[in-house]
Design a protein around this ligand. Structure first.
Ligand code: C2O
Ligand code: CU
Length: 464
């Protein structure tokens, strides 16, 4: 053991990761429950070396962006105390959970008032990489730092030598003062969004990690940014083989090589990486979605004093109910540009005026707040096929709450059907996905570029 293992110990599964979160794992309570206390409030983020800390909003604790862990099938209990000075909620992105735990103000719960505590309790049925964020004043709250990862560990360990979460987020801050500038502009909201200029992984610009030479490592990429679609690849002096093994937490039937994978806001990609055998070999994660690519995180292969996995570990499938496409209704959704203004829920008031730039089936959330009639009503127990049509010149990561659907096909790319909770539509793309509507309730269905969501590309569907 020659080199420091600080990095990969910090992010190892189990106790170390929990301690890093800075929220209390309540060991006094029933040990079969994973229990966390979270406080949302003002938080300093040391993003820029040698500059003042960025005064943002966050979940208190040592980690910039907390990581919660629970085992598949283990009850999770999170008590959220709100110290933000305005209402908030937590939405558990990608989780198949009971509707009252979904964290959407007015639609699924009363917004949590300043000073109040709300307890979220549910049992994750699926293992994988999930995340959480507020669903109130989302651009400001998530944009300023309220986001975290929720890792649901497989019931049995799958055998990676290392498990490293990489939480990706850009920040819209002045690089001298470290403080936030405008998180949204009309120009951004009506187009691809307002991009952050300070780019971080795990709250750090270009973090460096040691990984076990010759081992198999699971890199969990979480795009918690409110705007940017990344296109990631792995590069290095020695080839580090990288396979995509899961999308949005759900294992792929057949893993495929990583090659400039587009990851929209809200999406997760799990990679199995074979670390080069050569000690000291370096490789890095690169974003190639802009004309100037940049390195997001850097890795060094280090010797370890224990045997490493010989073959790529396999992920067990999750118990997603099968779809029955025979006779299933096909429901069209057209995502389009729009114009006008409306009213939206914001910071607890129903009365803030919002511009409308986007629509779904000719309606938009701001024109009729979140209690608007659903875009579609599904019979519980039936399979539904959603046919999405992006009729705009921009890309949209469209997210459905409460479900993991099966992406079936696209008019623009070959698709090997897979499970996801967010589908990235490229300009003019048409995609079909299907799911068994077994989870009753009203579920949000929206673009995860938050400026688009808050200017009209949002609605809900009802399962009853
Ligand atoms: Cu992560 Cu309604 O979203
Ligand atoms: Cu969008």
């Amino acid at each position: 053991m020659v080199l420091s293992r600080r990095r990969f110990l910090q992010y190892s599964s189990g106790v170390a990761a929990t301690a890093l979160v800075g929220c209390n794992l309540n060991t006094k309570a029933d040990a079969s429950i994973a229990s966390y206390d979270l406080t949302a409030g003002p938080k300093d983020f040391q993003l820029l070396p040698g500059r003042p800390a960025t005064k943002g909003l966050g979940y208190r604790g040592d980690a910039a962006l907390p990581i919660l862990r629970v085992r598949q099938g283990q009850p999770l209990r999170v008590a959220l105390n709100n110290q933000l000075g305005e209402v908030t909620t937590i939405h558990w992105h990608g989780l198949r959970l009971p509707n009252p735990m979904d964290g959407v103000p007015y639609l699924t719960q009363k917004p949590i008032a300043d000073g109040e505590t709300f307890v979220y309790e549910f049992t994750p049925p699926d293992a994988g990489s999930f995340w959480f964020h507020p669903h109130a004043n989302s651009l400001q709250q998530a944009g300023r730092g309220l986001a975290g990862a929720l890792i649901v560990d497989e019931a049995e360990p799958v055998g990676f030598d290392e498990d490293l979460p990489l939480i990706i987020k850009d920040w819209v801050v002045d690089e001298d003062t470290g403080q936030f500038t405008e998180l949204t502009t009309p120009k951004g909201a009506a187009r691809a969004g307002t991009f952050g200029n300070v780019r971080t992984v795990n709250g750090e610009i270009l973090p460096r990690y040691n990984l076990p030479a010759g081992g198999w490592v699971r890199l969990r990429l979480f795009n918690v940014d409110v705007t940017r679609i990344y296109k990631v690849m792995l590069k290095g002096d020695d080839e580090a083989e990288a396979q995509i093994i899961a999308m949005d937490g759900m294992p792929l039937a057949t893993p495929r090589p990583l090659s400039r994978e587009a990851i929209g806001p809200g999406m997760r990609v799990d990679l199995a990486v074979h670390v080069p055998e050569r000690e000291g070999a370096e490789f890095w994660l690169q974003n190639t979605s802009t004309s100037q690519p940049w390195t997001m995180a850097h890795f060094t292969a280090v010797a370890v004093d224990k045997p490493v996995a010989k073959d790529r570990p396999k992920l067990p499938v999750n118990p997603i109910p099968a779809v029955d496409l025979q006779g299933a209704p096909v429901i069209p959704f057209r995502f389009d540009t729009g114009f006008g203004s409306g009213y939206a829920i914001c910071g607890g008031s129903m009365s803030r005026e919002y511009p409308v730039y986007w629509t779904v089936n000719n309606t938009s959330l701001p024109q009729s707040p979140v209690l608007m009639p659903p875009l579609a009503t599904l019979k519980r127990g039936q399979t539904a096929i959603f046919e999405l049509h992006n009729n705009t010149p921009h890309s949209h990561p469209i997210h459905l709450h409460g479900y993991s659907f099966t992406i079936l096909d696209s008019n623009k790319q070959e698709i090997d059907p897979y499970h996801a909770d967010t589908v990235l539509l490229s300009p003019k793309e048409r995609v079909r996905f299907a799911f068994l509507a077994d989870n009753p309730g009203a579920w949000m269905y929206h673009c995860h570029i938050i400026e688009h969501q808050e200017s009209g590309m949002s609605g809900n569907i009802q399962v009853s």
